[in-house]
Design a binder for this molecule. Structure first.
Ligand SMILES: Nc1ncnc2c1ncn2[C@@H]1O[C@H](COP(=O)(O)OP(=O)(O)OP(=O)(O)O)[C@@H](O)[C@H]1O
Length: 276
């Protein structure tokens, strides 16, 4: 340890014993009034692949299985979970705690959009403030009797998702991709990040996988042929679902009626999470 150690490793480059911390050393405790049995992170290589949609649809399926579900919307700069569930009321709180908002079917949700006076207000915060907000959602929100919490992670594998992974004890992650992506590279990055944190990758979900012709049922690869199977094989991971491009899905998400949507696309993902 340096003679002038201030115990702030962020401002020091010494390679000393106290720097050699394990990922679990950074974990934050949830609120003492919370009970959370399992935490699953939903990640993507970049924004715009429909990670929030997959998170919402998976929560709905798990809820239908009778589990107490929650969504922590950690995508602070692009929070779309409240809109998909049609949540308009603001989260309430006391001096010491914040309460999640319940969806119609009983999933608990916390998102920055449930706290902002106007949901169109942009969040122009720097990385550490964003990461701090996510940690607060974990520490200051009272989550009641949750069987499975899904964390809609900030996109990418940068500073913010890394801090979130370090602060919240994630039991497994699901990687969402789309056929336009350089899927192998993106999955590779997510797998490496998960390995660094000792978190298992449960599998892959492809969104906007195909379009089904309403007349003949033929599946059209609108965004090109998928490389999901090769990638899954390369990393030894299961494919947990393929979600088509479907106007019904877009309508349900955009009108806040995601809980009314029926489909079997993510059943394998729900089973995997339930069995964890
Ligand atoms: N498979 C799909 N079929 C139809 N519309 C879709 C599909 N996936 C996403 N969309 C549309 O895209 C919108 C945005 O989805 P979502 O919020 O999940 O993605 P995003 O925020 O762009 O990406 P991410 O959450 O990965 O950063 C949805 O409200 C919906 O209208």
């Amino acid at each position: 340890m340096s003679e002038n150690c201030t115990h702030d490793c962020g401002s020091c480059s010494e390679s000393c014993e106290s720097r050699k911390q394990k990922p679990e050393d950074f974990l934050e405790q949830p609120n003492e009034a919370s009970t959370i049995k399992k935490v699953i992170g939903i990640v993507s290589g970049k924004g715009g692949v429909g990670k929030s949609l997959v998170t919402s649809m998976l929560a709905v399926l798990l809820r239908r299985k009778g589990l107490n579900t929650a969504i922590l919307d950690a995508d602070i700069t692009g929070p779309s979970i409240p809109k998909m569930f049609g949540l308009t009321e603001k989260a309430r709180g006391t001096e010491n705690a914040i309460f999640p908002v319940y969806t119609k079917e009983g999933t608990q949700v916390m998102s920055v959009n449930l706290l902002l006076p106007d949901e169109t207000d942009p969040v122009v915060w720097r990385g550490p403030v964003i990461a701090g907000t996510v940690t607060q959602f974990w520490k200051d929100v009272i989550w009641s009797d949750v069987d499975v919490m899904l964390v809609d992670m900030p996109p990418g594998t940068g500073d913010v998702p890394l801090t979130v992974f370090q602060s919240i004890p994630v039991d497994g992650i699901i990687v969402v991709t789309s056929p336009q992506e350089l899927v192998s590279m993106i999955v590779g990055k997510a797998v490496k990040m998960a390995n660094m944190m000792n978190i298992p990758v449960l599998g892959l979900v492809e969104n906007m996988s195909y379009l089904e012709c309403p007349d003949c049922g033929k599946k059209i690869a609108v965004f090109g042929e998928s490389h999901l199977n090769e990638t899954a094989q390369k990393f030894g991971l299961p494919v947990l679902g393929r979600v088509p491009v479907d106007p019904q899905i877009a309508r349900a998400a955009d009108e806040g009626k995601i809980e009314e949507l029926r489909g079997e696309w993510l059943d394998a993902a729900a089973e995997q999470v339930e069995g964890l």
